[in-house]
Every structure is written in structure tokens, then in C-alpha cells.
Design a protein around this ligand. Structure first.
Ligand code: HEM
Length: 365
């Protein structure tokens, strides 16, 4: 079906990106604020965890198969030719502290493909990976990295302090969210603050929210559940009151089921309605739909084990800047992420005494 789709994507031009004069200052503030979170949580846990997206809900091994029938304009970057890439995925929730699942927050998935050839983005010539990081909403909360700083500072101030408070807060917000949904709209601000309904993470659709190069074009990506066993979990409520309810639900699924998602790309066809620098704009699907470019599959497996998986996830670093030049991250939010992920990950690895090198093959995991 894809072969019949016709679009006229825009070819990337450097002037679509507008670097602000104070991006260096913003980066400094982001790094310092994230470090504040890491300092608090590493003291509390005696172990360093990610400064955001700290709580894991599963580490899944799978494979990504590039679609065979792609039209020419979609044959770009790693999608240029047929291929199967081994993949590791990590499900998470967004806060930097590890909270009871009754505090429901936005969810993320990080995907690392292995065995990817091509010119690297960062000077790590031995890496053969391509990462995609996504959360369960189509656009970022703020237009750029600078406007994200105040919210992050607020998060840093509440780190570890008041889980009880956050739980009450979250319950209140969930009520508010339902109210807003009844009125016909969703509120990303409320979701990011902890008002996400408590549902099974495996029913979610995930988005990169911000664009990357797609070979000579520009695109955002989504990951959409397509196996009936997954689509049945859309908005499926979780048993209330469980500390690790999300992780348990993921483990229960992978005991017997196979998961299958589609990786879809939305190409930029109009720089006015699909801007590169304003991360808060949802690119209109009527102008350019998300089109399937690959399938991601994971067969039954152990998705979490308290004894060994924490060490494995310590060694893993996912970043939109782990990858090839053909999928270079674009725009203010992406530029800021280049250094903050490295800095959070370096702190974790140093604190926990882990090797600093990138994992390149599933056997290393
Ligand atoms: C300026 C904006 C952002 C900042 C400062 C930021 C910062 C971070 C940091 C420091 C980490 C932990 C890195 C580590 O220790 O390995 C992280 C993880 C993560 N971020 Fe972001 N992020 C931003 C935007 C986004 C966006 C737009 C998305 C996706 C739509 C995203 C998705 C994720 C996910 C899924 C993880 C977990 C990765 C893992 O499982 O290891 N982030 N982020």
C-alpha cells in the first residue's frame, strides 16, 4: 500500500534551523539542573539513575525490519534498503525519581538498533547503533530548550521531597485530565506534571515529538502498536495501588505474547506548518501522514529481572545523538539534547563504576 503514497517532501536546508545566541547559557542551565536531580537521587538510592526517565518498566530485545515496498522518497538513511536490525528497547516514565506507579506520569520508549552502518554523528567511529527516543504525545511541551528550563527547575526542586504530595497531586490532576478530555481536549501540561491516566504502557503510541533528518529530508517518527494483543491494551486500566504495576503488566505480557509495532515517519512537506525550531507544533497529518517504514517485533521473553537488569540498564545510554548523519537531530530541543544525555549518562557510569563504551551488539547486553 505504501508504494502508492505520493508526497513532495522538502529537502533539508541549513537555514530551516535558527541557532539562538544564548543556547550556550541554556545548555549550562539544563546540565546544572539535571545534575541537581542526579545528586539528590544518587544520594537517596546509593546508585545513580537517569536524571529523567529514571524508572524502567522493561528491557526488551527485538528486531526491526525495514519495509520492502517503500516508495523511492522513503528510501533514505537506514531505510534506504531492506534490512533487519537487532534492537533493544527500554520502557520508562519521565520523572528523575523512582516513584510508586500510583503517581502516573508520561511514558517513554528508547530504542537502540544495532549493526547500523554509516557516517556517525559524534566522533565514536566504533559505534554501530541508531537510537530513537519517544514519548506518548505528538509534540513537546515547549517550543524550545530555553522555555523548558523553568519547568525542569521546578521538577528539580520537587525531586525526592514529596512522593505523598505528588500522589495526591497526581490524583487531582487525573481528575482534571478527565474533565478536560470530557470537554474535548487533552492537556499536555497536566500530563507532564503527573496527570497521566494509569493505563498499560504497551497500548501507547509513541512519538519523537521533534524532527530528525530523514536522509535529505526531515521527519518526525512514531511507534504504533499493531499486534492485536497490543492494540487491545490501548487505554487498558492497570490494577490500582501497585508500586510496580506497569513493569508487572509488561512482564505478564511478554511471558506468552509477541509484540509488533510499526515505526512510521512523517515527512516535512511545508516549513510553515511543520516547523523545525518550534517543538510544540503538532505537524498536521492531513498535510503529511505518518507512513510505515519498518516493523518492530519482540517475541516472548523475560522483560525485567531485579537481580540483573539494573546493571544492564546502567550500561545502556540512549540518545538521539547516538546514530548516523542521515538521521541527525534537528532544532533547538535536539541541539540541547546532544550534551545533556552525555553528561547524565557519564555521571551514572562513573558513579556506578560501569564501562563508558557504547553497547554495539545484543550479546553485550
Ligand atoms: C530539552 C529537552 C530534553 C532534555 C533536557 C532531556 C534530557 C534527558 C536526559 C538527561 C535523559 C537521561 C539520559 C541518561 O542518563 O542516559 C533523558 C532520557 C530520556 N528522554 Fe529526554 N530530554 C529532552 C527531551 C526529550 C524528548 C523530546 C523526548 C522524546 C520525545 C525525550 C525522551 C527521552 C526518553 C525516552 C528517555 C529515556 C532514555 C532511556 O531509556 O535511557 N526526551 N532525557
Amino acid at each position: 500500500m505504501n508504494a502508492t503514497i505520493s508526497l513532495t517532501p522538502l529537502i533539508y536546508r541549513p537555514d530551516y534551523e535558527k541557532i539562538q545566541d544564548d543556547e550556550g547559557d541554556t545548555l549550562k542551565e539544563l546540565v546544572e539542573t539535571l545534575q541537581e536531580i542526579s545528586d539528590i537521587t544518587s544520594k537517596d538510592y546509593g546508585r545513580a539513575v537517569r536524571s529523567v526517565h529514571a524508572k524502567p518498566h522493561g528491557l526488551i530485545r527485538g528486531k526491526l525490519t525495514i519495509k520492502r515496498d517503500l516508495p523511492d522518497f522513503l528510501k533514505q538513511g537506514i531505510f534506504a534498503s531492506e534490512g533487519i536490525y537487532p534492537a533493544i528497547m527500554r520502557f520508562s516514565t519521565s520523572p528523575g525519581d523512582i516513584m510508586h506507579d500510583s503517581v502516573s506520569t508520561p511514558r517513554g520508549i528508547a530504542i537502540k538498533l544495532m549493526g547500523v552502518e554509516g557516517e556517525r554523528l559524534t566522533g565514536e567511529p566504533t559505534s554501530r547503533t541508531q537510537d530513537f527516543l519517544m514519548v506518548n504525545g505528538p509534540a513537546f511541551l515547549k517550543p524550545d530548550a530555553k522555555s523548558f528550563v523553568p519547568g525542569l527547575k521546578l521538577l528539580a526542586k520537587t525531586t525526592d521531597k514529596a512522593e505523598g504530595l505528588k500522589r495526591v497531586f497526581s490524583a487531582v490532576l487525573r481528575g482534571t485530565e478527565r474533565l478536560i478530555e470530557r470537554l474535548g481536549g487533552e492537556s499536555p501540561t497536566i500530563k507532564s506534571l503527573g496527570g497521566h491516566p494509569q493505563t498499560n504502557i504497551l497500548g501507547e503510541t509513541f512519538f519523537t515529538q521533534v524532527p530528525l533528518l530523514y536522509g535529505k529530508y526531515m521527519a518526525k517518527f512514531s511507534l504504533v502498536p499493531i499486534a492485536p494483543e497490543l492494540t487491545a491494551l490501548k487505554d487498558a486500566p492497570l490494577e490500582a495501588g501497585k508500586e510496580n504495576g506497569i513493569r508487572e503488566a509488561v512482564s505478564a505480557f511478554f511471558k506468552t505474547h509477541t509484540a509488533k509495532w510499526e515505526l512510521r515517519a512523517q515527512l516535512c512537506t511545508n516549513i510553515e506548518t511543520m516547523p523545525i525550531e518550534d517543538a510544540s507544533v503538532v505537524w498536521p497529518e492531513v498535510e503529511s501522514p505518518y507512513i510505515a517504514v519498518a516493523t518492530l517485533e519482540a517475541t516472548p521473553q523475560v522483560s525485567w529481572d531485579d537481580a540483573t537488569f539494573p546493571q544492564i540498564e546502567d550500561r545502556l545510554t540512549f540518545s538521539p545523538w547516538n546514530g548516523v548523519q542521515d538521521h541527525r537531530p534537528l532544532g533547538s530541543v535536539m541541539r540541547a539534547r546532544r550534551h545533556v544525555y552525555q553528561s547524565s549518562s557519564n555521571f551514572r557510569k562513573q558513579f556506578n563504576g560501569c564501562p563508558m563504551t557504547e553497547i554495539n551488539a545484543l550479546e553485550e547486553v
